[in-house]
Write a protein that binds this ligand. Structure first.
Ligand SMILES: Cc1ncc(C[n+]2csc(CCOP(=O)(O)OP(=O)(O)O)c2C)c(N)n1
Ligand SMILES: [Mg+2]
Length: 268
């Protein structure tokens, strides 16, 4: 399947998933569909039949509220049946709105309390190194999430320990829960901030599949012994015109049957 097709499928299934509860974190789920499509097509060394495979690559979805996008991806890859997507947040579900490693096959870290994912990834990467494994730990964090101080403690640690198998993506959609990130508290110069902590960085269009693929290949092949950070310039709500137009109000919003039908008509 092409990246384009897979990303569209992820958006469609993520919206269906949120429609099952009538609402969800639409904007931040749609903005990461492209990086998930590239990661799970070309990079993640995982086995849907053996989700806890010890030498797998791991993904920490630090912006854990975007669970529906990851669930759609994992279901499409065969980690669990597609009909689980109809159970978002329902009593007894294996798909809570915020990701939980104890409930969902293929979810490597629990998240939802923002700011913790990079620190968790440092621990995972350190443990893998100690076992002589050379797999990768990917992190997806939000731009608003970077307002949490713990990120920078994690970044300092990753830089100091030269965790060269940590690759951080920043989903820089310029919005958070309360509005535009710059109006709440600017986090600008994201790449320079990570560089100051010892990361090697690049900034790309977060919806350009080839650019994402090239950036990941570059991060893996770069001989600098350091963690890498790929800042993704993204659009919150990407792919569905009326959600994009909502702006920051698309953070957590309704997905009614009518909205779903309109969105699916656009996502072909
Ligand atoms: C520690 C913590 N504080 C506050 C929240 C509430 N919250 C949920 S999402 C969000 C905004 C996150 O913005 P961003 O990281 O940019 O996410 P995205 O735009 O990708 O949805 C906030 C403040 C939280 N989940 N955790
Ligand atoms: Mg954001």
């Amino acid at each position: 399947m092409t990246y384009e097709k897979f990303a569209t499928q992820i958006r469609r299934e993520a919206l269906r998933c949120m429609n099952s509860q009538g609402s969800g974190h639409v904007g931040g789920s749609l903005s990461i569909a492209d990086v998930l499509a590239v990661l799970y097509t070309s990079h993640m060394k995982v086995d849907p039949q053996n989700p806890k495979m010890p030498d797998r690559d791991q993904l920490v979805l630090s912006k854990g509220h975007a669970g529906p996008a990851l669930y759609a991806t994992l279901a499409l890859k065969g980690f669990f049946p597609m009909d689980w997507l109809d159970t978002l947040n329902k009593l007894g579900t294996k798909l809570p709105s915020h990701v939980n490693l104890n409930l969902t096959p293929g979810v490597d870290m629990t998240a939802g309390s923002l700011g913790q994912g990079l620190s968790c990834a440092c621990g995972l990467a350190l443990a893998q190194k100690a076992q002589g494994l050379d797999n990768y730990v990917y992190v997806i964090t939000g731009d608003g999430e970077l307002q949490e101080g713990q990120n920078w403690e994690g970044a300092m640690f990753a830089g100091a320990k030269k965790l060269d198998h940590v690759i951080v993506f920043v989903d820089n959609n310029k919005m958070q829960i309360d509005g535009y990130t710059n109006n709440v508290m600017p986090v600008e110069n994201i790449a320079k901030k990570f560089e100051a902590f010892g990361f090697v960085t690049t900034c790309i269009n977060g919806h350009d599949h080839e650019a994402i693929n090239n950036a990941i290949n570059w991060a893996k092949q770069d001989t600098t012994v350091a963690p890498h950070c790929i800042v993704l310039d993204t659009i919150k709500g990407k792919g569905v015109s009326f959600y994009e137009q909502l702006g920051p109000s698309n953070h957590s919003t309704t997905v009614t049957d009518e909205q779903l039908a309109k969105a699916l008509a656009e996502l072909q």
